[in-house]
Write a protein that binds this ligand. Structure first.
Ligand SMILES: Cc1cc2nc3c(=O)[nH]c(=O)nc-3n(C[C@H](O)[C@H](O)[C@H](O)COP(=O)(O)O)c2cc1C
Length: 221
């Protein structure tokens, strides 16, 4: 599929075919997508909980009770559901850890460049921590960027997805003890394969709708 076909093929899948599972090979590509997303200053403030089994999905479904129960079948019938978690802070230990991983990956030809990147990353983090006072929000924005990257990426693999903000994030934090670990849940994404027949939202039944290009672009000549 070319990019236009992928953009039109993907849609928020509301009915998954529970009999179809993502292969191990494709699951590895899914993990690669999650790992390789860009983030500001390469801060990568994320963690992902991937549930494949009934038991695992039931744990994630603790976030789809009560008001959020409309999303429960989308969790339980999916092949996998992924909880996207954001760091709640970026302390010195974490900044050093990032630097060491980058060093090991061969990013730094010398100590001077390494320290320059360390300084630059801290300037950005401190700008959000102190000047804008939105460090946690900034970190979560990076996780949303990962979500965007992920939605297009899985579609390119022919995998359907449903992003869910309609989920009890506090319940997920509690279930997976995320806050104690310095994280908080920001959204979940179910992945698998569409049940075209059953899904009212499939593009063949409910065409996609977007604001027209004349409205959303200002083209400077
Ligand atoms: C961050 C985010 C959260 C969403 N949360 C939900 C949700 O909780 N439940 C749901 O059924 N759809 C959810 N959606 C789906 C959107 O309604 C859908 O992406 C939008 O209408 C555009 O349609 P499309 O994804 O089919 O192109 C969410 C989408 C995004 C990007």
């Amino acid at each position: 599929m070319n990019i236009k076909e992928i953009l039109n093929w993907r849609y928020s899948t509301k009915e998954f075919d529970s009999s179809k599972k993502i292969s191990n090979e494709d699951l590895q590509k899914v993990k690669d997508l999650l790992q390789m997303s860009p983030s500001s200053t390469n801060i990568q403030p994320w963690h992902f909980i991937i549930a494949s089994t009934e038991e695992g999905k039931k744990r994630v479904a603790k976030g789809t009770q009560g008001f959020f129960s409309f999303n429960e079948p989308k969790v339980m019938n999916a092949s996998q559901v992924i909880v996207f978690c954001s760091r709640t802070g970026a302390d010195e230990n974490y900044m050093q850890h990032l630097l060491e991983v980058e060093d090991k990956d061969g990013r730094y030809p010398n100590e001077e460049i390494k320290q320059m990147v360390y300084g630059a990353r801290n300037i950005f983090a401190n700008m959000h921590r102190y000047d804008f006072k939105d460090l946690q929000h900034w970190l979560e924005k990076q996780v949303y960027l990962n979500i965007g990257n992920f939605l297009l990426g899985v579609a390119a693999l022919g995998i359907d997805a449903l992003p869910m903000e309609g989920i009890d994030l506090k319940a997920l934090d509690e279930e997976f003890k995320l806050r104690e670990k310095g994280f908080t849940a920001v959204a979940a994404i179910s992945i698998g394969y569409r049940n075209e027949e059953a899904d009212f939202n499939s593009p063949s039944k409910t065409p996609k709708s977007r604001l027209p290009q004349e409205e959303i672009f200002t083209i400077l000549d």
